[in-house]
Design a protein around this ligand. Structure first.
Ligand code: TNX
Length: 527
């Protein structure tokens, strides 16, 4: 009967949720090449993961995949070198991020010549499962993944995000949650803005008052916090397991009030009538620094910028910087050390240049490459050092003209603390309102005059936290823009398309709901 047919048909619709085509499954960032196959692979309680290749981390990578799937499926998913229809094959020992993913009705194979590539293949694979894969607790759905083939590799080597843990302290747990999200979107650098006027957030054993005093408060006057060296190492390791490199930032010579409040002797003294002056750096210049009765500054809990500075001509400043760079470098396996350098509005121009050049030498002495906000390009950059473009194209050009690379973080596109529109309850808007389509629709190699692909190290999306206090706030500002910026940095312009992205991001919205991520429901997307 007609009724029977209709009932049967709606049962079909409800009962067997159709597995989409591979190209429609919603991977972000969209891979370079997707070829649809026919049918689907179904993960069952009999499934297993087989490792092929040699590397000490292979088992850990396999376990990462197994754990991600065990939780929602309740399956055993043994990881071994013997059997299993999900094959993870490492074909080399390079640091390649490229991978291939092949899915048929009978098996899955992820291949890469690098561990990072395998990890990214796993991330794409995980995104192909039904959204329930991100829910807490065992779900009863059929775990089907569409068949087909993916070939993929990133456009830019540096795909990053920044957390300002200085304006408001962010707990270890919340940083780890953020790292998990970065890994999903194949980002590979986490820049931690560890110090600013309002707080010093990393333990320095040789200067303990930095955290005792300088870490005690935050914007708004609430209690601050800091990472012990052990906690910082734990974050570095947690990130590394997800192929994310931590870039520590100590913002100097401006943005230094928390250090100046912790140690009186870092401040200039008062010039006494009898001319009790100390001449410092005599070898470099004739410059006299009043040293009598230096006073510590007051802790600061407001949000003004550009009013504090280290004393560029005070020798102790460099002894201080040396200890800080040494201690943090010892805890940081990654190649970069970020020296800040932004908005030093009360540092004399000569002093600024002198300071940046000396600090670059210190960083290089400890085996690290300096990154700094674009202003550092007004000094002579050491070869290999990087300028992070945020505001001034002229500075980006200065870096390029010196033969140095630029990291692209234009505030009008990549700043995650910018409001979506005038009604956004958090954030600032000094650079722009950044709706989702605006965050998505730009090309790093065409953004700043004279800065082409070969001058660019990559893209970074910073989250400043003057108005952001906890995980909920972070989530609201970061989603859905972080995935948009991840796609800008991973996927070549020719493969990016706003219509396609807006459809895929809606699929991810379900996954964020499942994880309790309160994201911004941009009106540009049909959620
Ligand atoms: C400018 S961007 C700053 C930060 C603020 C941010 C707020 C940059 C290098 N400096 O000190 O937190 O604006 O959007």
């Amino acid at each position: 009967s007609i009724l029977g047919l209709a009932l049967g048909f709606s049962f079909l619709l409800v009962g067997c949720k159709k597995t989409p085509q591979l190209s429609e499954a919603g991977i972000i960032p969209i891979p370079q090449e997707i070829t649809n196959g026919s049918g689907a692979f179904e993960l069952t309680s009999a499934s297993g993961i087989m490792l092929v290749g040699k590397s000490e981390n292979l088992t850990r990578i396999g376990e990462f995949l197994a754990e991600s799937l065990r939780k929602p499926t309740g399956f055993d998913l043994p990881v071994s070198f013997d059997s299993g229809e999900i094959v993870l094959e490492l074909t080399g020992s390079e640091s390649s991020e490229a991978y291939e993913l092949e899915i048929t009705e009978t098996g899955v194979k992820i291949t890469s010549s690098g561990e990072a590539g395998l990890f990214y293949g796993i991330q794409s694979f995980l995104q192909l499962f039904p959204a329930e894969v991100t829910k807490a607790g065992v779900q009863s759905v059929s775990w089907k993944v569409p068949a087909g083939k993916i070939k993929d590799q990133p456009t830019f080597a540096y795909r990053g995000s920044m957390l300002d843990v200085a304006r408001h302290f962010i707990s270890v747990e919340d940083v780890k949650f953020f790292i998990d999200q970065m890994a999903t979107y194949k980002l590979n650098y986490l820049h931690l803005h560890l110090t600013d006027d309002q707080g010093w957030r990393i333990e320095i054993k040789s200067w303990p008052k930095l955290t005792e005093i300088g870490g005690s408060t935050e914007v708004g006057g609430t209690e601050g916090g800091f990472y012990t060296q052990e906690e910082y190492k734990e974050l570095v390791a947690y990130a590394a397991e997800r192929f994310i490199t931590v870039v520590p930032e100590v913002d100097i010579p401006g943005h230094t009030n928390s250090a100046l409040a912790s140690y009186a002797e870092l401040n200039p003294g008062v010039n006494l009538p009898d001319g009790d002056l100390t001449t410092v750096n005599k070898q470099d210049l004739d410059y006299e620094m009043p040293m009598k009765n230096p006073q510590a500054s007051e802790l600061y809990t407001g949000t003004e910028v550009g009013w504090s500075t280290f004393s560029s001509r005070l020798e102790l400043t460099y002894a201080f910087v040396d200890s800080v760079v040494r201690e943090i470098s010892e805890l940081t396996p990654g190649p970069y050390f970020h020296i800040g350098g932004d908005e030093s509005h009360v540092t004399e121009k000569d002093d600024y240049v002198y300071f940046v050049e000396r600090v670059q030498d210190i960083v290089s002495k400890y085996g690290k490459t300096s990154i700094g906000w674009d202003e550092i390009a007004t000094a002579k950059l050491l070869p290999g050092n990087v300028a992070q473009f945020w505001a001034k194209e002229d500075n980006a050009k200065l870096a390029k003209d010196q033969g140095n690379l630029v990291l692209m973080s234009p505030a009008t596109k990549a700043y995650l603390d910018m409001q979506y529109d005038s009604t956004t309850r958090l954030g600032l808007h000094w650079a722009a309102y950044i709706e989702l389509d605006s965050a998505y629709l730009w090309e790093p190699s065409e953004f700043a005059d004279g800065i082409a692909a070969e001058n660019i190290l990559g893209v970074e999306a910073p989250l400043w936290t003057e108005t952001i206090t906890n995980r909920e706030d972070i989530n609201y500002m970061v989603f859905p823009r972080l995935p948009a910026l991840a796609e800008v940095s991973w996927t070549a312009k020719s493969n990016r398309n706003w219509e396609s992205f807006s459809k895929r991001v809606a699929i991810h919205g379900k996954r964020w709901d499942n994880q309790g991520i309160g994201f911004y429901r941009s009106p540009k997307v049909n959620w």
